[in-house]
Ligand binder design. Structure first.
Ligand SMILES: Cc1cc2nc3c(=O)[nH]c(=O)nc-3n(C[C@H](O)[C@H](O)[C@H](O)COP(=O)(O)OP(=O)(O)OC[C@H]3O[C@@H](n4cnc5c(N)ncnc54)[C@H](O)[C@@H]3O)c2cc1C
Length: 497
């Protein structure tokens, strides 16, 4: 990476470096270490668990059961992960993964480097941007951020409005209500047409009836609490000029306004792409989930054979499928490393693959039902901010487009949209979709920002201090001569789908 660093050597490498200690990363680590691989797991949180199981072993809440049984289930996997032989380096920002297996991360003010023969990217999801008028104002947060504050620090906001669509929105509202926190209103933007369209996928939903029942249970819980719920809302806007003062919206053509200092928005999650993008692996546009996804084969292997992508960073799959994918990716990499036969991997992956196939049918139903409406993804109001870091509006982007900014990178050069510290995370999908409309071409042809290292903010101090990290133990297993940094020679080299 940097000129003053010597080239990485694989003599003292990990077999597998996993970025992300959520269900996908933890499961991959458990599976890989059982087969004798030297595994390191890097995560920016102080504890393992990822988004769903955040702080499950150290909840600040007196009764963490209010977060639901799916949350508490995380204790089993975090315990199994702690028992595994994987090295867990927590509280670190991974900001570079090279195509030579080099991983650079910041820890306590310095850069640390390790190398690995195989990489599993398990960096999870982020919430879909919600570019409506006023979404950039102080007082507006994503509902997921409200949940992060709750799970991390036990902080809540009384009297907030929750608005948007998707199962996570209802879950977070229910978690608030169980704690006795007052929710001013839930403004549901799921359109009536989605209920009709999703009926074509109802067979898939019924095949996972337990999840369907859970979802209906959440809605029932919210209804019984007496919380004001507005359904089929559109034209959502955040009111206020300097800070949020509430939301306005329409239901069947009738205008409504709700006053509140805190507005929590959510319209589903999309893969957290900055790492796979910076790695240069192939991506494709997924119309079902309205997002970019890294292109992988059935073992999670990307277009760079030493990189696999597991869990929500590969496409939104949910926590249980993320764990299944983590195991499958690990099995694929064990074969590439020569630590497992292909036949054994196929046998061990079979149950998880069947489970994932069932879950994918349910996911199609969810994706159809909670597909966010166009006007909340592709803003038409010229003053709506698209890039929050650089404060670029629809009007700025239209001007850039008129001046020749035809693709996201050209538009970035013209307008600075996407150049801020979030590296396009909060505007990338909006820009791809807006340009597709303006060019009257498919999003797939428009593309996405070209991202480069560093994929997270790094200070000069961190760059100037540098340490190499090597595996703590040398395994007794002799690695196959087939194994290499690129994983070439693997019998699982099925072409990415
Ligand atoms: C804000 C939010 C809240 C959610 N809450 C729930 C919930 O309550 N219930 C539910 O069913 N689903 C929830 N989800 C969906 C949830 O993400 C998945 O179901 C599940 O957690 C996916 O597991 P995963 O292992 O793929 O990723 P995650 O669990 O997201 O784990 C990925 C981990 O990688 C870390 N990471 C990412 N990039 C880097 C980097 N560069 N350096 C170091 N570490 C990095 C992340 O901080 C995270 O700890 C939530 C999603 C979001 C975005």
């Amino acid at each position: 990476m940097a000129d003053n660093l010597t080239a990485p050597s694989f003599n003292n490498s990990y077999d597998i470096a996993i970025i992300g200690a959520g269900p996908a990363g933890m499961s991959a680590a458990i599976t890989a270490t059982k087969a004798g691989a030297r595994v390191v797991v890097l995560d920016d949180k102080p504890r393992s668990g990822g988004q769903i199981y955040r702080n499950v072993d150290a909840s600040p809440l007196a009764n963490s059961a209010v977060l639901g049984e799916d949350y508490l289930k995380g204790k089993q996997i975090t315990a199994a992960f702690k028992r595994s032989a994987a090295e867990h380096i927590c509280g670190v920002n991974v900001w570079h993964v090279g195509n030579n297996g080099e991983v650079l991360f910041s820890l306590e003010g310095e850069t640390q480097r390790l190398t690995a023969r195989q990489i599993i990217v398990a960096t999870g999801a982020m919430e879909r941007p919600f570019p409506i008028p006023g979404w950039h104002l102080p007082g507006v947060m994503s509902a997921g951020s409200a949940q992060v504050m709750l799970k991390s620090d036990g902080l809540v906001s009384d009297g907030a409005v929750f608005a948007g669509t998707g199962p996570l929105l209802y879950l977070i509202v229910a978690q608030y209500l169980r704690l006795g926190v007052k929710v001013k209103a839930l403004v549901d933007t799921t359109p009536k047409t989605n209920y009709v369209r999703s009926m074509s996928e109802i067979a898939g939903a019924l095949s996972a009836s337990a999840m369907l029942i859970k979802g209906l249970g959440l809605m029932n819980e919210i209804r019984k609490s007496g919380t004001q719920v507005y359904r089929f809302a559109d034209n959502l806007q955040v009111m206020g000029s300097d800070t949020a003062a509430g939301v306005s919206f329409c239901v069947s053509g009738n205008s409504h306004e709700i006053v509140s200092d805190h507005v929590f928005l959510h319209q589903g999650v999309i893969p957290n792409l900055n790492m796979t993008r910076a790695l240069g692996v192939q991506h494709h546009w997924c119309e079902q989930q309205l997002c970019w996804k890294p292109t992988t084969n059935s073992w999670g292997q990307s277009s760079q054979s030493f990189v696999s992508v597991a869990g929500d960073s590969s496409g939104i799959v949910g926590a249980d499928s993320a764990a299944a994918m983590g195991r499958i990716c690990a099995l694929g990499q064990l074969v590439s490393l020569g630590l497992m036969s292909e036949q054994q991997a196929v046998t061990e992956a079979a149950e998880d693959q069947r489970f994932m196939a069932r879950q994918q049918r349910f996911r199609r139903f969810i994706d159809c039902l909670y597909r966010p409406i166009d006007q909340h993804r592709k803003p038409t109001d010229e003053n709506t901010v698209v890039c929050r870091c650089e404060e670029r509006t629809v009007k700025d982007l239209k001007q850039g487009f008129a001046q020749g900014g035809r693709d996201p990178n050209q538009l970035k050069s013209q307008t600075r949209c996407g150049m801020g510290p979030c590296q396009g995370r909060m505007c990338g999908h909006t820009v791809s979709e807006l340009l597709a409309d303006w060019r009257n071409e498919p999003v797939a042809d428009v593309g996405y920002y070209r991202l480069r290292t560093p994929m997270r903010l790094v200070t000069l101090q961190e760059l100037s201090r540098f340490t190499d990290v090597a595996p703590a133990v040398t395994p007794s297993i002799i690695h196959s001569t087939k194994s290499s940094s690129s994983g070439k020679g693997s019998s699982l080299e099925e072409k990415p789908q």
